[in-house]
Design a protein around this ligand. Structure first.
Ligand SMILES: [Zn+2]
Length: 457
């Protein structure tokens, strides 16, 4: 903490409302907040640290709006690699049911390390799997995110509709509605921090229309509104889901959303691939936010989200890596490139610029999480969440536009990452080098969980 000056930064891309980009800029951080920034001569000291920014581009820390961190244990699993969503889920539930406290702790640390190193400083997580006997998994996850130093928005996920009742998950990983609601209230009371600059905020997140009951959707919304926390779920991801909603509820996903009281501004949804123009108008009018997951949608062959139409309609759209079993990475800067490329596949070369893709990843995500007064841009008074990329690396050699180069040339890893005024990554390495010990442990746990019952060596 203290008073830290970044100086001689090649370019500072602020993503403020005017889209200002400062050449040879400086930025001053004091006690976890951005105090001032500008071009030319920096203010006078004393400082606790002065960090040179030659050949560096600075952007706001990115905001990941949807993830399942435990899935970093289930990457590139044979048998799941080439399946569409419903078949992929049914196959993986059998492996996921083996997770425990150590698996959640280790995978959260590893997933958050990967996110941080890619320039992400705030992440949500959607943990909806609570195998019998393991109830405190979100508490474990919050502690793990704190150890890595990332700003976290864990969502209390839930599944209450097992395959015995017409849903998809196996019975031993679903919970009763009473259990889910009681634990949701407990987690809000224990961890949710509504204050400016909070490092932990809770949201409530029934898993999807095909894994919870209608009653749980409505009761969760009531509970969230009673405590003023946000609501989150997956919606309109696949054609199978649309068929399921029509068969079970007699209506399409967005109609169902409205029916259970979720068509509202305290809701953000992951995916939103299969929408009609009228669906988009209704979601926009209601102020619903959106977590766009391009890599996951491509890997599972779910389709292309009409994200350009949603932006035109004025919806808050953020970017997300989604779970690592459907990506299989937690790299936000790579995800921004995927968003730009996928938008161009559907709409043409002018559909999304590199800066627009970065805006989704920064201010867009902050708006989705209702944190745009605190996060998502580099402006005085905001939290000091910022990232530097090193333009002297091979990938950028000869690049003319330093900001666009991050996306066009395919940046992978940040050089420096600061969260809430604390430097977590310096020279491309974690300042806390104890974190690296979790990587071999993760490999051992993954081998145990994936090997179990799958025939995979
Ligand atoms: Zn997801």
């Amino acid at each position: 903490m203290g008073r830290i000056l970044f100086r001689d930064v090649d370019t500072i891309a602020t993503f403020d409302p005017a889209g200002r980009e400062l050449r040879h800029g400086w930025l001053l951080v004091e006690n976890g907040r951005i105090v001032a920034l500008g071009e030319g001569s920096p203010p006078a000291g004393p400082f606790d640290a002065v960090i040179p920014g030659r050949d560096r581009v600075m952007i706001p820390g990115m905001v990941n709006t949807h993830h399942h961190l435990y899935q970093t244990l289930f990457r590139a699993v044979p048998g799941a690699q080439d399946k569409k969503l419903f078949d992929w889920l049914v196959f993986l539930y059998e492996r996921w049911r083996g997770i425990d406290e150590e698996a959640v702790r280790t995978s959260t640390i590893v997933g958050c390390m990967e996110l941080l190193l890619s320039g992400c400083t705030t992440t949500t997580d959607h943990l909806y799997l609570f195998p019998r006997g393991h109830r405190g998994l979100i508490d474990v996850e919050i502690e793990a995110a704190r150890e890595v130093g990332i700003r976290s928005h864990p969502t209390r996920g839930s599944m209450s509709l097992s395959r015995d009742e017409g849903g998809l998950p196996p019975p031993d990983v679903v919970q009763t509605e009473e259990e889910i609601l009681a634990d949701s209230a407990r987690l809000i009371g224990k961890h949710h921090d509504p204050a400016f600059g909070a490092m932990v905020r809770i949201a409530l997140a029934p898993c999807s229309p095909f894994s919870v009951t209608r009653e749980l959707m409505t009761e969760t919304a009531e509970l969230a509104r009673e405590h003023d926390v946000l609501l989150h779920t997956h919606l309109a991801e696949t054609e199978d889901e649309e068929r399921f909603c029509i068969e079970r509820f007699g209506m399409r996903p967005v109609d169902y959303l409205e029916d259970v009281g979720w068509l509202a501004s305290d809701v953000w949804l992951a995916h939103l691939v299969h929408l009609t123009p009228e669906d988009i108008r209704r979601l926009a009018r209601a102020g619903v936010g959106m977590a766009h997951c391009p890599s996951s949608n491509m890997l599972l062959g779910s389709g292309i989200s009409p994200v350009v139409e949603m932006l035109r309609a004025g919806m808050a759209v953020g970017l997300a890596v989604d779970g690592s079993a459907s990506n299989d990475a937690s790299n936000m800067i790579r995800e921004a490139r995927q968003a730009m490329l996928l938008a161009r596949v559907k709409y043409g070369a002018e559909a999304m610029s590199a800066r627009q893709a970065l805006a989704l990843a920064t201010v867009g995500g902050a708006r989705v999480l209702h944190r745009d007064k605190e996060l998502g841009s580099l402006e005085p008074g905001k939290c000091a969440d910022l990232v530097l990329f090193d333009l002297s690396e091979l990938a950028f050699a000869g690049a003319a536009d330093p900001v666009a180069a991050l996306i066009h040339c395919g940046a992978q890893y940040a050089d420096l990452v600061m969260v809430n005024g604390e430097i977590r990554v310096r020279d491309g390495e974690f300042v806390d080098d104890c974190l690296y010990a979790y990587i071999p442990r993760q490999r051992e746990i993954a081998a145990r969980l994936v090997g179990k019952g799958s025939g995979v060596p």
